[in-house]
Design a protein around this ligand. Structure first.
Ligand code: 5GP
Length: 194
């Protein structure tokens, strides 16, 4: 069993049948051992694909993304939800992302300087729900002419539409933990996991 799964069983809080709270170890207080272990698994899966850059979205994706970037020895780039005044609009790629948890659509940006057509990009995020964040990141990569090597997710909620949408968009998705259901205040994992 992965350490992340152990922590979910021990400390995950089911808020309702759609939302799992993991802020004691993944996206507020962060357990470095979770990051080390998930990164190891992402590297095992994507490590031989010639990744040149890790891309995520602020804020919760940054911790796992920087760990993977460090393990692969490549830079990590995060899409920003606020536009720096120092960046001119012609110098950035932008897309719209609807946040599942905040029920809010934001424009997210990256500087054109840090995504180049020759890049092979691995997208990393904490959760996969309806796929909006990852699809937005894939759109930014597409605008730059770079290639998406894959999408690495810490916790996939398989009962939501994200995986299907990303697969339709041609992404190779690898999730550390896959949750089948959050009904009845219980976390049920997809069965084929160890
Ligand atoms: P998506 O874009 O796939 O619909 O949702 C992914 C984003 O929403 C993630 O970056 C994550 O921050 C947030 N998110 C989605 N579902 C959950 C959840 O159950 N719990 C928490 N804590 N965040 C979630």
């Amino acid at each position: 069993m992965s350490y992340l799964k152990e922590r979910i069983i021990q400390d995950g809080i089911v808020i309702n049948e759609n939302i799992l709270k993991v802020d004691s170890f993944l996206n507020h207080q962060i357990d470095p051992k979770v990051m080390r272990e998930v990164s190891k698994q992402f590297v095992e899966y994507f490590g031989n694909k010639g990744v040149t850059k890790i891309l995520t979205i602020e804020a919760s994706g940054i911790a796992p993304a920087i760990w993977v970037a460090s393990d692969l020895g490549v830079p990590m780039l995060f899409a920003k939800k606020t536009e720096p005044s120092t960046l001119k609009s012609e110098d950035l790629y932008a897309t719209e992302v609807h946040s599942f948890t905040k029920n809010k659509t934001s424009r997210v940006i990256v500087s054109k300087k840090y995504l180049k057509s020759e890049d092979k990009v691995l997208i990393i995020d904490d959760f996969l729900a309806n796929g909006e964040a990852s699809l937005g990141l894939m759109d930014l990569v597409k605008q730059s002419g770079a290639e998406v090597v894959g999408v690495g997710i810490c916790i996939e909620k398989s009962f939501q539409s994200g995986r299907e949408k990303l697969e339709q968009a041609g992404a190779d998705i690898y999730s550390i933990c896959r949750i089948k259901s959050l009904a009845n205040q219980t976390v049920e994992f997809v069965e084929d996991e160890e």
